[in-house]
Structures are given as C-alpha cells and as structure tokens.
Design a protein around this ligand. Structure first.
Ligand code: MRU
Length: 346
C-alpha cells in the first residue's frame, strides 16, 4: 500500500485499472488521503479497519479487491489461480459481518469467476465497474423517490454517514437529503454517531462540500430535538434489511426510531435492493458486529487487569413496525410492516 494526497473530492473509491484508491475516512475531515491498494489482502484490511465503510462502498471495494486478486494470481497455463482467487474472496468476506452488500457483491464476483473459461480478468473488472456504476444510479433514483416523501417537511435528521462516502456516490439517506435540498428543504440535523463519529466527522463535512447547511447534535439530544418540533422525518441508510423489513443500521438507529414513534416523527430507511437479505425472514438472524473495546474505552481503562470493560455493538436492528417508509431504487414501500419488502424482488 502506498499513500498519495489529493484535492477535496467526495469520492470514497477510485479504480485506476490496476489499483484501488481508497479515501482514508478515519482521517476526515482534517486530512484527505487516498491509500493505493494492489491486492485483495490490502482491500480486506481497508474494510476491516474502516478506511472504507458504509454498506454499499464496502461491497464495491470488495468487488475491486477480487479484480486485484485476479490480476495478481491469473497466469495463463497455470492451474491454481482459481483457488487463489477463491481464497481471497473468502478473506474479503471475513472483513466485516453485518453489511450484506459485501456478501451480495462477492457472490456476483464468485459467479463471474465460475463462468470464466479462461482469463477471468476482463469479466471481473467489467462486473466490478458495473456494481459501482449501478450503485450510483440507484442512489440518484432513490434520492428523487425519497425527496417526494419529504415534500413539505420542515426539517430532517440523519444518523451515521449514508452519503457519497458510504456508497458508489451521491448516497442513500444523504442522496435523499441532497435531492430534497435542491427542492427547497432548509433544515438538516446530523447526529454525531458515537463512538466513531461518522455524523460529526463525515456527514456534516460531506454536506458542506456540496453547500448544504447542517446542524450537528449530540446523539443524546435527539429526543429533545424531536420534542422541539423542528423535524418531521428521520432519514437513515441500512446495512441489511430482512424480508419483513426489519433493518440493521448504525448503532443508535433503533433508539431514534423509538423516539420518533413517541414524538410523531416519521422514519425513512433508504437503501438499494443489494442491501436486502433475501435469505432471512426477519432481523433476528442479522449478525451484529462487535468491535474492539478500545474503540470505545478511554485509554486509561484499556489495559490488562482493568475493572472497566466496554460492550461495543456497532449496529442495531430497528423492527419494521417502527419504520414508515423503505425507499429503494425499485420503488417505495410505505408502512412496510404490512407487506415487508418482497415486492422489490425481481
Ligand atoms: O460502521 P459503518 O460506518 O460502516 O456503518 C455505516 C452505516 O451504518 C450506514 O448507515 C449504512 O452502511 C448505510 S450507508 C449508505
């Protein structure tokens, strides 16, 4: 891995043809640095360490990781390149557990590998680029559909970062906010999103890059904000949606949904259909990533023998009964508790 500096661009991933440039989101907003990866092991590490994060962006990065694997391992006349690429796919799949876009993208890449009679590189590269471009197009479509629902809204609040940084570009929840802003939305709140501060470091920065004003609130201010009457909608992305509509997203989303119900605020989930896990009936089967205690714990408690530990689940599941609308590129389900998301299946 090498490192280069670039001018401000809200683009999490750049494919060069023989490397993947990953914007190191751990360093935002202070520093804009792209790390350059040329193998799948590097891309796996970039995902696991959250240089790249956000469900769709993780899936896209992993797809390019498979292309890099093929570029590294394919050699005409040898026989073990398929096994080597398959092993790299396994490694990429183990990088993070909750975002289903990762497994969705790797399944597509695995299938393309299986179908390749000889040199798999052209087909794999074409597919990774398609996954990337399709995600951007899906975001733009969802932006318009979600903005329709926000017509007349006084204000909205979002959580985590579900923007261009987390996707192929434009964003899911932030795509809706971008589109609604163009149509006249004036008030956007972002929760800071502890412990990793995706809201405070990424969302408000990304919005400001586009000239969209936002107001940051501590996560613990959400109830009081809703009580003030300033917002009509919570708009969030998703890491995995079950067939009944239960939705895993950044830890704290469930709290917001409970608070929203109490205050008559509506809850919108925005995600491409690649975020729907067709194999699970409800959210009970979603694996919730637990990250290391040290990401949460003050350094003075982080030593062997310490009496203070930390419980650090980084996602939670919002029951569909608390969700008012799910927006995908294939359409919108209002009140998804009635019918889940089955109508989006092709
Ligand atoms: O841990 P992260 O930063 O990868 O979590 C990201 C989220 O929870 C996002 O809301 C979700 O992936 C949707 S991104 C369009």
């Amino acid at each position: 891995m090498t490192t280069t500096s670039q001018p401000a661009l809200v683009q999490a991933l750049q494919w060069t043809g023989n490397s993947l440039k990953v914007l190191d989101q751990r360093k935002l907003p202070e520093t804009i640095t792209y790390d350059v990866y040329t193998d799948a092991t590097g891309v796996t590490e970039a995902i696991a360490t959250m240089r790249v994060r956000g469900a769709p962006a993780i899936g896209i990065a992993a797809s390019y990781g498979v292309v890099l694997s093929a570029q590294q391992h394919f050699q005409a006349g040898t026989s073990d390149w398929r096994e080597r690429i398959a092993a790299d796919i396994q490694q990429l799949a183990a990088s993070r557990p909750t975002a289903v876009n990762l497994f969705w993208a790797l399944d597509l890449m695995r299938q393309a590998l299986a179908e390749a009679i000889d040199d798999p590189r052209p087909a794999l590269q074409a597919l990774a680029i398609k996954i990337h471009h399709d995600d951007l197009a899906a975001n733009q479509r969802m932006g318009e559909l979600g903005a329709d629902l926000l017509a007349g809204a006084k204000g909205v609040m979002t959580h985590c970062n579900a923007g261009a940084l987390a996707t192929g570009g434009y964003g899911t929840a932030l795509g809706v906010i971008r589109s609604a802003w163009k149509r006249g939305l004036k008030t956007v709140y972002a929760g800071e999103t502890r412990p990793w501060l995706q809201g405070a470091r990424l969302t408000v920065w990304e919005l400001a890059q586009e000239g969209i004003a936002s107001t940051l609130v501590a996560d613990s201010a959400a109830a009081w904000l809703m009580r003030s009457g300033a917002i009509d909608w919570i708009v969030v992305g998703a890491d995995r949606i079950a067939v009944n509509g239960d939705t895993a997203n950044k830890i704290g989303t469930y709290s917001l949904a409970v608070l929203a119900k109490q205050h008559g605020v509506k809850m919108m989930v925005v995600a491409p259909t690649s975020t729907i896990d067709w194999t699970i009936a409800n959210g009970d089967d979603i694996e919730i990533e637990q990250r290391e205690a040290r990401e949460l714990l003050h350094a003075s408690y982080n030593h062997p023998g310490s009496l203070v530990s930390a419980w650090n689940p980084v996602f939670d599941v919002t029951p569909v009964a608390l969700i008012d609308a799910i927006v995908t590129e294939r359409g919108v389900v209002v009140n998804p508790a009635v019918q889940g998301v089955g109508s989006f299946r092709t």
